[in-house]
Design a protein around this ligand. Sequence first.
Ligand code: ARG
Length: 486
Amino acid sequence: MAKSIENMLINGIETWAPTLSVKRAVVDFSSPNIAKKMHVGHLRSTIIGDTIARMLEYSNVEVLRRNHVGDWGTQFGMLIENLFEKFPDSNSAMETAIEDIQSLYKPSKTKFDADLDFKRKAQQAVVRLQGGDPVYHKTWQKLCEISRADYAEIYQRLRVELEEKGESFYKPYIANMIEELNSKGLVEESDGARVMFIKDFKNPCMLVKSDGGFTYDTTDLAALWYRLNEEKAEWIIYVTDAGQQEHFDRFFKAARQVGWLPDNDETYPRVSHVKFGVVKGEDGKRFRNRDREIVPLADLLDEAKTRSKAALIERALAKEKEWTPEELDQTAEAIGYGAVKYADLMNNISTDYKFSYDKMLNEKGNTAVYLLYAHARICSIIKKSGKDIDELKKTGKLALDHANERALGLHLLQFAETVEEACTKLLPHILCEYLYDLSEHYTKFYSNCQVNGSAEETSRLLLCEATAIVMRKCFHLLGITPVYMI
Ligand code: ARG
């Protein structure tokens, strides 16, 4: 056991990476709908999807991080039609209005629901857009551009990387996809629409609506075809809220019926739907702000950062520590955003969870703040020893004689199998549990085994370093930035 930890210390944590049998995977996550604000629901998909992608990447899987944005749905018909009505002859006034994209959706939707004539026009507009009408296409492009810039800002704050291939990307593949289904005798006419009936499902997959428009089913089938045949992905993972379960169950079954996927859902190529529960407020109802509106993601991140900054200032005052404004800002961000991510990931995915700033920013208990502080403390113990830890890694020996040293060492060695379990089962909370237990093992070791100034100093410093490395790797996989000062 000591030998393997020593080897990791010298050759790096990559030597502990698990090896999976799959070589390339698509993780389809975040995927907000253009012209609507990203809210706390998309937060879960973004955070969970990013961690799944990171765990797979660590396990040497090539991951295609896909942002399957809703850039082609019915919302565009009403948005564009409303813009055309409001600005019949001024393109520049319309473009200025689009800059303020968030204010467009609500009035268009109200009109869509109240005015039958407008509703009809909006539906025709979608068909025109999907058919490639240049005037509609230009306005659509502008709407997408503005939304994209909003999203980019959030992804940058969260340090999440995604490559956008939205619903519209798959348009060129739709005709052939439907043709393949048709040649296999799977397409039927139903009230003027073209549909595919699926065994055991009451509602069919809607391929082409009676007005000629395409649907969420159509683009998902075309996207799956592309991912399997063009991108050669062996495992395609979709991360959305549990409300979409029926859609995914049906469309996965459709893909099996066409013969794109094996009947057995454990065999590759394989699809998985990671379905998560809703985020609730402390009152147990759907998370909303004081005005009962959905909380935009940017506001939520601002709040977490502001609160964590206030706590850091208070702590610094008590300890008479000086922060530079940059240090304070960066640490508040690492802790604030880390807390939001960890509070989400630590829950079993399928359960709803309560969003509480007070709970997630608590220094005690199973929170990112507690874990980040634990890690910073280990680093400061190593620093205080005055020893050159890189030198010790080469020359020092690890001896795990004390029961608490052995327990900690054993837990460290379980890291690789834990990551493997968490990513094959698609359950990030398994990694969170491991990380929390690691800090508990460390605390026991540290309270019972003197490190600095003891006869076992070298070995114990190495054990501290190994713990810090594994903790940092866990943070990395969870998308959390470690801090070194507190
Ligand atoms: N845009 C969808 C939504 O916000 C999520 C898309 C998920 N991915 C997919 N391939 N259907 O609900």
